[in-house]
Write a protein of this length. Structure first.
Length: 239
């Protein structure tokens, strides 16, 4: 149970002070009855009308981890009518992707209606770890690997320290598979980092977002996070 003015303010209808004013003026009904007493306790189950308008109930939070396929945009709607990541999770709740993966990038993408967690996870200050596997053109030299780790200039600004290691070299195909762990989320960051040192990215997958991996999820499949994972994400972001 919460104070009526708090519930009204939390719904986004108005400020708490304005809510108090409306209650005192007799503009608020709880389950069909006008309530003018300020401290009245109500629950999210109660039906509340303010100025004749029903308050929307607080939504349950949902958290989906999608293994994003290639050829899908990470926006809520696409002007060219292409498939979006939201086509892969249940309808009914307005949810949003946490950050972006490019059209041709695959892998771990969190989708939720928890705005607070989203803001924490995408804020650069919170250094959330993102692990990518990039297949690049060329055989990556040791000194270039070091550059990725210490920072390269992209869009006129040096990237923060990262972790990088070579997973596989294919001399015949002239390609290298590299694991790159970054703590920022700048636009097309991984592709630009490799471009900056002269190796075009041919394929990109996000293997891990924080501690969440796509293990067990086929391309295009999603799963719901459990409460432990949600709490852990809050902790990781606030570390
Ligand atoms: N970096 C990129 O270049 N692309 C992505 O999709 C994600 C990170």
């Amino acid at each position: 149970m919460e104070r009526l003015q708090k519930i009204i303010a939390q719904s986004g209808y108005c400020s708490r002070r304005k809510a108090e004013e409306l209650i005192t003026l007799g503009k608020v009904k709880v389950n069909g009855k006008i309530v003018t007493e300020l401290g009245t306790k109500v629950s999210y189950e109660d039906t509340i009308f303010v100025n004749g308008k029903m308050l929307s109930k607080k939504e349950d939070k949902v958290y989906y981890l999608l293994n994003k396929p290639r050829g899908v945009v990470t926006t809520s709607s696409d002007e060219h009518d292409r498939k979006t990541v939201l086509d892969f999770v249940p309808e009914g709740t307005r949810v949003y992707p946490v950050g972006r993966l490019d059209y041709d990038t695959t892998g771990a993408l969190l989708i939720t209606n928890d705005g607070e967690l989203t803001n924490l996870l995408i804020h650069p200050r919170n250094h959330v770890e993102k692990t990518y596997i990039a297949k690049i053109e060329g055989i990556l030299l040791k000194q270039d690997l070091e550059k990725l780790i210490h920072g390269v200039i992209i869009d006129d600004k040096k990237t923060a320290p990262a972790k990088a290691r070579i997973k596989k070299i294919d001399k015949k195909a002239n390609t290298t598979l590299v694991e790159l762990v970054i703590y920022e989320g700048r636009n097309h960051q991984v592709k630009k980092m490799f471009e900056a040192i002269g190796y075009p990215v041919m394929k990109l997958k996000r293997e891990k977002f924080s501690f969440l991996t796509t293990v067990g999820l086929k391309s295009g499949e999603y799963r719901e996070l459990n409460i432990k994972e949600v709490k852990k994400l809050y902790n990781e972001a606030k570390k």
